[in-house]
Design a protein around this ligand. Structure first.
Ligand SMILES: Nc1ncnc2c1ncn2[C@@H]1O[C@H](COP(=O)(O)OP(=O)(O)O)[C@@H](O)[C@H]1O
Ligand SMILES: [Mg+2]
Length: 355
């Protein structure tokens, strides 16, 4: 449905978008996820035609739209700031784009009423924008995008101005609506949880480049780099060296120690392999775990963070490496700072990052 080929865009010395290739399938919800300044907004503006790339091609529904202005593209862009007209009513805001396209008033009325119903704002037609809450304004902005019946809906951090609870509710509604309408969407966010919960696929960006693209589970379980492992979810990342032996087994020996961890064998190991362990895969116990399928190491509880439903134990290994071990508050006994404990994890759980 959407295809980007070799897109480059620089502002002065800044490579805002640095050779992006991307394909989005029909009906798919794709998230562009990355830290602030990595080029997400620029890429959306290039898709919508508000910005011209220096190099590259943009195809939508098999048509080359690279040179087309925004109003000739099958896209609607929902801005981070909403960009609503504050002096106009809800109705007039949503109708605006249709009027520009010279759609007859009768038809506009029906389309606006439908769009308002989709976003759950029926009855607020005559309100002025100033009389709406942030969440309602966000929905007007969404309705204004949807009313144009775009083939591709582009959303630039549409939830970032909402408070935490409303953000969670609204993202579910947007996802439901997107699925129901089957509308191809590109959703920009810097919030990894948002990306994991609403996407069919996620494209992780850094410094103008796409670092990895995949389903939320692929990205979470098989990050291709330290950047992705660290940006998505929490990670324990350990330094060491890789040792494989004859009978298809492998070990990872932690730096500055003789601590040897069983891992699954890896091919093409680079110079500086690192072991990543998702915190939730680690268990904490008083007793040593002798199951041969797990790694078990002694550690000391160095610091404890209480988060309500969870407790984060920050533990230190014998080589001074630090790991985070989250535990549900209700699930186990509690430990104190300074306690000598054991941590263990399934030998399949550790993943080697190959540089
Ligand atoms: N109009 C512009 N003029 C100069 N630099 C810009 C402009 N737009 C974006 N940039 C720069 O390009 C980079 C990417 O910006 P942006 O696409 O807004 O990132 P994101 O949306 O991921 O936060 C940043 O370094 C930003 O400062
Ligand atoms: Mg942005």
């Amino acid at each position: 449905m959407v295809k980007l080929e070799g897109i480059h865009k620089t502002f002065g010395k800044v490579k805002a978008v640095d050779g992006v290739n991307l394909q989005v399938k029909k009906g798919e919800m794709l998230c562009l996820l990355g830290p602030s300044g990595c080029g997400k907004t620029t890429l959306l503006r290039i898709l919508s035609g508000f910005e011209q790339p220096e190099e590259g091609k943009i195809i939508m529904s098999d048509k080359d739209v690279t040179k087309l202005p925004p109003d000739k593209r099958p896209t609607s862009l929902v801005f981070q700031s909403y960009a609503l007209f504050p002096h106009m009513t809800v109705y007039e805001n949503i109708a605006y784009g249709l009027r520009v396209k010279k759609i007859p008033s009768k038809e506009i009325q029906k389309l606006v009423i439908d769009a308002l119903e989709m976003v759950g704002l029926s009855g607020l037609e005559e309100r002025s924008i100033r009389q709406l809450s942030g969440g309602q304004q966000q929905r007007v902005a969404l309705a204004r995008g949807l009313v144009m019946k775009p083939a591709v809906l582009l959303l630039d951090e549409p939830l970032s101005n909402l408070d935490a609870k409303l953000r969670v509710e609204t993202r579910i509604q947007i996802r439901d609506l997107q699925r129901t309408l089957g509308i191809t969407s590109i959703f920009v966010t810097h919030d990894q949880e948002e990306a994991l919960t609403i996407s069919d696929r996620i494209a992780v960006m850094n410094k103008g480049k796409i670092i990895q693209i995949g389903t939320p589970e692929e990205i979470y379980n098989h990050p291709n780099s330290e950047f992705v492992a660290d940006f998505i979810g929490k990670s324990n990342i350990l330094d060491g060296s890789y040792k494989s032996d004859m009978d298809g087994k492998a070990n990872f020996v932690l730096s500055n120690s003789t601590i040897s961890i069983q891992i699954l064998p890896v091919e093409n190991i680079g110079d500086q392999p690192r072991l990543i362990l998702r915190p939730e895969q680690i268990q904490i116990s008083e007793e040593v775990n002798t199951n041969p399928q797990v790694n078990c190491l002694p550690a000391i509880v160095e610091h404890i963070t209480f988060l309500g439903e969870m407790i984060y134990y920050h533990v230190r290994l014998e080589n001074d490496a630090r790991l985070l071990v989250p535990v549900y508050y209700a699930s186990t006994r509690r430990y104190k700072e300074g306690d000598q404990i054991y941590i263990s994890w399934d030998i399949n759980a550790g993943k080697i990052l190959v540089k």
